[in-house]
Structure formats: C-alpha cells, structure tokens
Ligand binder design. Structure first.
Ligand code: NAD
Ligand code: G3P
Length: 363
C-alpha cells in the first residue's frame, strides 16, 4: 500500500483484516515506525488500533517487494511525481489499484490514466476502488460497501476478493470511467453542499443541489463514456450521499468553511488532510466545456473558490437565470444542458420560501 494517510492506512486495515499480508509505505520514517511498532497512525486515525500483522516502511522498494497487488492512496496531484520511482519496481503480473478520487490538473487525466501512462502497464492490470468510504467509519469497522472496477472483470474480481472482510464488502464492475469520475464529481457537489450548509440554508436547498448535482455528474460522466447506471450506484449516488452528509468529509468541511466566509487560502491553510475537490474543480470544468456539458453547480463552486461569488448567492444564483421550462431529464430526444433544467426546480422552491409558501410570483 502506497500512502499512509487516512485512506491508505484504513484500506491497509481492510486488507489485513481480510487475511492479506500488507506492507504500507509512508513517506516519513517516523510515521512508518509508529505504524510498525505501536500499530497506530495517530495523526490520521486517532484512537484506532491497527491489525498486528501490518508492517510499514519508508522504503518504496521494500513496500512493493514481490506484491501481487499494489494499492495507491496519495493525493492525486502528487501521483505523477512518484511514478518514476515506482515504475521499475512493478512486476510483469502486478495489479495496480488506484484508491484516489481526483483528476490531474493540467492534463485532466483520471488517476488510472496517469498510472497507465507513468507505469506503462496494460489496462487489464489496473483497477480503481470507489464508493461511500469515509475512512474513519471503516476504521471503526462499521459495515460498508465499495466497488472495484477494471477493464478486466477477472482483475476486478481478484481485487474484490482481497478487499472484502467481515465489515467491508467489495462489489465489481467494468465501468472504470464512471467509477472513477463518480469519485471525483461527488467531491465537487459535496463542496457545494458544504457551502450552503455553512451559509445556513436548509434541507430543501441541499436536497435540490444533491439531486441536480447527480444529474450534472451523470451528464458529465456519460459524455466521457461512462455507463449511466454507475452514477446511481455506490461510486455515484452512494458516495455522493456519504460525502455530502458527513462532517468527516474533508470536501464537505472545506465547503462549510467557504460558506462561513473563509477565503480559499484560509480554507487550504486550515485543512490538515486532502480535500481533492478543491483541485479538481478547474480540470473538470475544462473537460466539461470540451464536451459541451453544462455544470452550473460546479461552475458556482469555482466562482466561490475564486472569490467572485458570495457563498450566500450560490443557491439563489442557480435559480435566477432562464425561466424557460426545462425537463428534469432530457425530453423527446432533446439534450438537456444541465443549467436551465436546474433552474426551474430551484426557482420554484426558493420563490415559495421567499413568498411564505405561496407559488413563484405570489400565485
Ligand atoms: N480519507 C478518506 O475517507 C478517503 C476515502 C476514499 C478515497 N480517498 C482518496 O484517497 C486519496 C488519499 O486521501 P487520504 O484521505 O488518505 O489523504 P490524507 O491527506 O489523509 O493522506 C495523504 C497521504 O499522502 C502523503 N503524501 C502527501 N503528499 C505526497 C507526495 N507528494 N508523495 C507521496 N505521498 C504524499 C501524505 O503524507 C499522507 O500520508 C485521495 O485521493 C482521497 O480522495 C480518501
Ligand atoms: O473526506 P472526503 O471528502 O475526501 O471523502 C472521503 C471519501 O471519498 C468518501 O467516500
């Protein structure tokens, strides 16, 4: 396992509790020592006892060794810089699994694409893991499901077998694009939910953003070749619910701080752990523009991050552009471009609230 942050350490516990022999690579020797000797990672998982069998090392070579599976869990923007050192250590049969939920700034590549490029290995030996997987809950052994995806079903199944234990169940699919983008896109919607939470809007606003956010996620992912059903599965809706509703989520927390009026710089300074969504907003909007997908919610998040939109305006702003009626989903073969279809339900909800429960415009 590469990466001894909250997810790399938790996933190591999942694997070890499923019977696997796990060596964890930590960049800092003192953290590797704490994990190996005290079976603790007090910075990232306070109060959690790790399985006695887990070993940790700060030597990449020792961590990879002859492993059949190499799991990677470091911040997405750091992945590429680690691959030159990793590539010569990967054996001809080794399967590499991304646990990461970001896209690379500058290239817009998904993490499995960066791994494929940087390691020069075949897609059939790559897999990704995603789903509603808040690390601390799983470290406390709360029952959780995930999905492992690979272009090769046999690879996905082999990984799922080792990543299953009494409290963690891995399902499989072969929609790598949808599974990976689900994990990236839900972070952006979770930031939006955090913002409206921080501002103080209630459950209607959040449910509206969640639902329309899922439509936005689906439009984007399908435009890039995902299977639509993946977005209603664990890697889409499942993870969207978990990340958007939990104070354990770093993306949700970052959004809440923005909604409370902290600047982007302040938020970054206050975050102790990786909030992937903050770095993924710009590349996702670039990718969306390239395929003609409108993402009004992600667009507003980007404006709040840039300081050009007051967080208080994020939800109202989404309701006040075009009043043309739009289908909730595409109607009669017409392509919905997210934005206008989003605005109607918001307009109705917020106008009703503003008008003391009467319809929009006082009807
Ligand atoms: N924490 C979760 O609940 C969770 C769940 C599912 C997926 N993920 C994903 O897993 C990935 C890792 O997240 P995390 O929660 O473990 O983050 P984290 O911030 O807890 O830990 C990141 C780890 O990467 C290390 N690191 C930082 N910069 C590095 C570099 N340049 N090179 C090598 N290592 C570096 C840090 O020292 C740390 O050990 C992210 O993509 C995240 O979206 C996290
Ligand atoms: O803490 P977050 O916001 O990175 O979310 C963690 C996981 O991705 C939840 O599935």
């Amino acid at each position: 396992m590469l990466g001894a942050g909250s997810w790399g350490t938790t996933f190591s516990k999942i694997l070890a509790d499923g019977g696997a022999d796990v060596t964890l690579w930590a960049r800092r020797p003192e953290l590797a020592r704490e994990i190996s000797l005290a079976k603790r990672n007090s910075d990232y998982l306070p109060g959690i006892n790790l399985p006695p069998s887990i070993r940790a090392t700060s030597s990449l070579e020792e961590a990879v060794g002859e492993s059949a599976f190499v799991f990677v869990s470091i911040p997405s923007q750091s992945l590429r810089s680690n691959l030159a050192a990793l590539a010569p250590l990967i054996g001809p049969e080794t399967v590499v699994i991304s646990l990461m939920k970001g896209v690379e700034k500058g290239t817009g590549l998904r993490m499995s694409e960066v791994l494929e490029q940087g390691l020069g290995i075949d897609r059939d030996r790559l897999a990704v893991a995603s789903g509603p997987n808040l690390a601390l809950e799983i470290a406390k052994e709360q029952p959780t499901a995930a999905v492992i995806s690979s272009a090769s079903l046999a690879t996905a199944e082999a990984v799922a077998k080792v990543a299953t234990n009494r409290y963690f169940r891995s399902f499989v699919n072969t929609d790598v694009i949808g599974t990976e983008f689900g994990g990236v896109l839900k972070n952006l919607i979770a930031v939006a939910i955090g913002i409206v939470d921080g501002v103080g809007y209630g459950e209607n606003t959040k449910a509206s953003i969640l639902t329309r956010g899922l439509a936005e996620m689906t439009d984007f992912a399908v435009a890039y070749g995902a299977v639509p059903e993946t977005m209603s599965g664990l890697a889409g809706l499942g993870d969207l619910i978990a990340t958007s509703s939990s104070p354990l989520s770093r993306n949700n927390t970052a959004g809440r701080l923005l909604g409370q009026g902290y600047s982007f710089t302040d938020v970054v300074a206050r975050m102790q752990q990786t909030a992937e969504g903050l770095a993924s907003v710009a590349p996702i909007l670039t990718l969306a523009a390239a395929r003609g997908v409108d993402m009004p919610i992600v667009q507003q998040v980007s404006q709040v991050l840039a300081g050009t939109l007051n967080p208080r305006d994020i939800a109202p702003h989404l309701t006040t552009d075009s009043l043309e009626p739009q289908g909730e989903r595409p109607i009669d073969g017409r392509k919905n471009r997210g934005g206008p279809s989003l605005r109607r339900p918001f307009q109705r909800t917020l106008d009703q609230l503003r008008n003391g429960g009467r319809g929009a415009g006082g009807h």
